[in-house]
Design a protein around this ligand. Structure first.
Ligand SMILES: Nc1ncnc2c1ncn2[C@@H]1O[C@H](COP(=O)(O)OP(=O)(O)OP(=O)(O)O)[C@@H](O)[C@H]1O
Ligand SMILES: [Mg+2]
Length: 269
C-alpha cells in the first residue's frame, strides 16, 4: 500500500447517526478551505449525494463515485470529478467527486480488504493536485464509511448535544481505533465537532460538559450553534463565506477556526 503524500491531508466527516450535520460541517469546511485558497476536493461518499447538491455540481457527462468504486482507475476517477459551481466568477480550485445513490451497491455487509482500500487507491491518482480532501460520509459505520476512513488521515466525528450523543461518540472513536489497529496505522480521530448547539439551553450546556469530561481535548472548539444562515446558504448552493449577514459571518469564522485545527493536525503528522 502506498505511503500517502505528506502534502495532501484527507479528512472524513462521519457520525453514527443521521441528520446531525455531517454535510453541513463538510460544506462549511469546504467553504473555509476555498476562501483560504487551498486546492480542495470534496468526496461525496453518502448515497444521498447531498454535498454534491450543496456544491452546485453539474453532473451531466460525468461518472460518479459508484463508477470509481467499481473501477478505481485514473481515467474513471478524473471523469467522476467536477468543479463546484462555487467557482463560477471566482478564482480558486474546489472540486467534487460526485455522489450517487448507486454507491449503496458498494456497501456489502462483509467487505473484502480490497473493497475497503478502493477509495485510497482511487485518490492516489489525483490527490497531489489538492491540498485538502474532505469526505462526507453516510450516517453509519458501514462498509462505505470504513472505505472512506481507510483513505483518510483523520476523522471528525459530528454529534449533537443529547442524551445518546456521548455513547455514539464513544462507539465511533472505538471504531476508528479498530481500523487504526487492524488496517490503517495513519488513521486518527481529529476530534468531536458538536453541532446545533442552542446556547441558551441548560440541557445542551450539561451535555457538552459531560462530553468534555469523557473526551477532554477531543471535544473540538468552537462548538457550532444552530443558525438558519447555514440552511439558507445550503439551499442556495452557495459557499457560506459569501453569504450575507452577521450570522453567516459568525459561522464562517467558526469553520475557519476548525479548518486551522485540521491544518495543524496535518502539519503534526
Ligand atoms: N448548526 C446548524 N444550524 C441550523 N441548521 C443546521 C445546523 N446543522 C445542520 N442543520 C440542518 O439540519 C439538517 C441536517 O443536517 P445535515 O444534512 O448536515 O446532516 P447530516 O448528518 O449530513 O445528515 P445525513 O445523515 O442525512 O447525511 C439540514 O437541513 C441542515 O441544514
Ligand atoms: Mg449528509
Amino acid at each position: 500500500m502506498k505511503v500517502s503524500s505528506i502534502l495532501v491531508h484527507v479528512l472524513s466527516v462521519s457520525s453514527l447517526k443521521g441528520g446531525v450535520g455531517k454535510t453541513t460541517v463538510t460544506l462549511g469546511l469546504a467553504s473555509a478551505s476555498f476562501a483560504k485558497g487551498l486546492r480542495t476536493l470534496v468526496v461525496d461518499f453518502d448515497p444521498q449525494a447531498d454535498v454534491s447538491t450543496g456544491m452546485d455540481i453539474d453532473i451531466s457527462g460525468h461518472q460518479n463515485v459508484a463508477d470509481v468504486l467499481a473501477s478505481p482507475k485514473e481515467k474513471v476517477v478524473r471523469s467522476a470529478i467536477a468543479p463546484s459551481g462555487w467557482t463560477k466568477g471566482r478564482s480558486g480550485k474546489i472540486d467534487v467527486l460526485i455522489g450517487s445513490p448507486s454507491a449503496i451497491n458498494f456497501d456489502p455487509p462483509h467487505p473484502s480488504i480490497r473493497d475497503i482500500w478502493k477509495l485510497e487507491e482511487a485518490l492516489t491518482h489525483i490527490e497531489n493536485e489538492y491540498d485538502l480532501v474532505l469526505i462526507d460520509s453516510a450516517p453509519s459505520l458501514n462498509a462505505l464509511t470504513r472505505t472512506a476512513w481507510a483513505a483518510s488521515d483523520r476523522v471528525a466525528i459530528v454529534t449533537e448535544p443529547g442524551l445518546f450523543s456521548n455513547s455514539a461518540a464513544d462507539r465511533a472513536l472505538r471504531a476508528i481505533e479498530e481500523i487504526r489497529r487492524g488496517l490503517s496505522p495513519r488513521l486518527q480521530p481529529l476530534g468531536i465537532i458538536v453541532n446545533r448547539v442552542k446556547i441558551q439551553s441548560l440541557e445542551h450546556q450539561f451535555r457538552i460538559k459531560e462530553l468534555r469530561e469523557m473526551f477532554g481535548p477531543l471535544v473540538l472548539n468552537p462548538q457550532l450553534p444552530e443558525r438558519t444562515s447555514l440552511q439558507q446558504a445550503q439551499g442556495a448552493a452557495k459557499p457560506l463565506h459569501i453569504w450575507p449577514g452577521e450570522s453567516a459571518e459568525e459561522m464562517a469564522n467558526h469553520f475557519d477556526q476548525l479548518l486551522e485545527r485540521i491544518l495543524r493536525a496535518a502539519h503534526l503528522r
